[in-house]
Design a protein around this ligand. Structure first.
Ligand code: ATP
Length: 235
């Protein structure tokens, strides 16, 4: 579904990604793990069109999309949930969800999808008239994921959904990510520092250090890898 081929991405003169190669098959959950500043967010931004790579190819269903505008990429079926949630704090939960559907004009389908996200996250239904900024951190993360789902993505890019949340909420959110993947066949590219949890729901994983992929394997093998255990799993 998605292939990154030899991606090099820069911020000015600083090279953030070096020859990054990643392949994601339809229906998979793939995680990219790594320390602070490794280049994980930049990798997602290189896919979503926010920070276009300087060289290399991003292929979505076989077609090159590098250099395509971010809004066109959303229309193609790729949607990113940014780190730190970035919901609209002064809009209500319902209005935030409507914003997620702004590229759609199938009113009936949008209504259906609102009910669908409310079934995934019932707390959002209770809070539907509340301003986004007054929600708890966990609820804001649920809203950010739901807003992305309103675009009916076939590929969902998730940037550190666990950031700053309590362990119980993180587990709930990860369960739902798995459910979204299994029930609606949404392919998921999950960037995480919480390697342990990410590898538990992902089919395969990539490990990034200093802008480079240093390891790629099935999640089971990465969880059992001694170097990964020491560096990323705290074991
Ligand atoms: P974190 O887990 O802390 O979000 P990350 O793995 O997602 O880290 P990136 O945010 O992709 O890493 O950053 C990769 C490198 O690019 C870092 O050295 C960072 O300082 C640099 N960088 C990121 N954004 C910018 C920017 N807007 N301008 C300049 N340098 C940047």
């Amino acid at each position: 579904m998605l292939e990154l081929r030899g991606i090099n991405t820069y911020y000015g003169n600083i090279q953030a990604l070096r020859d990054v190669n990643i392949k994601i098959n339809t229906g998979e959950i793939i995680t990219l793990i790594g320390a602070n500043g490794a280049g994980k967010t930049t990798t997602l931004m290189s896919v979503s069109g926010v920070v276009p790579p300087r060289s290399g190819e991003v292929l979505f269903e076989g077609n090159p999309i590098q250099g395509t505008n971010a809004d066109k990429i959303v229309k193609m079926g790729i949607c990113q949930v940014p780190e730190g949630r970035l919901i609209f704090p002064e809009l209500t939960v319902m209005e935030n969800l409507d914003m997620g559907a702004f590229l759609r004009n199938d009113t009936a389908g949008v209504k259906e999808d609102i009910e669908h996200v409310f079934s995934l996250f019932p707390i959002l239904k209770e809070r539907r008239k509340q301003d986004g900024g007054t929600l708890s951190g966990g609820e804001q993360q649920m809203l950010a994921i739901s807003r992305a789902l309103m675009a009916r993505p076939r590929l969902l890019l998730l940037d550190e959904p666990s950031l700053g949340l309590a362990p119980l909420i993180i587990r709930q959110i990860f369960e739902i990510i798995k459910k979204i993947n299994e029930e609606s066949n949404t392919t998921v590219f999950l960037v995480e520092q919480n390697a342990n949890l990410a590898l538990k729901i992902a089919h395969r994983g990539y490990v990034m250090e200093n802008g480079e992929i240093i390891l790629a394997d099935t999640s089971d093998k990465l969880l059992a890898n001694e170097d990964v255990k020491k560096a990323y799993l705290g074991l």
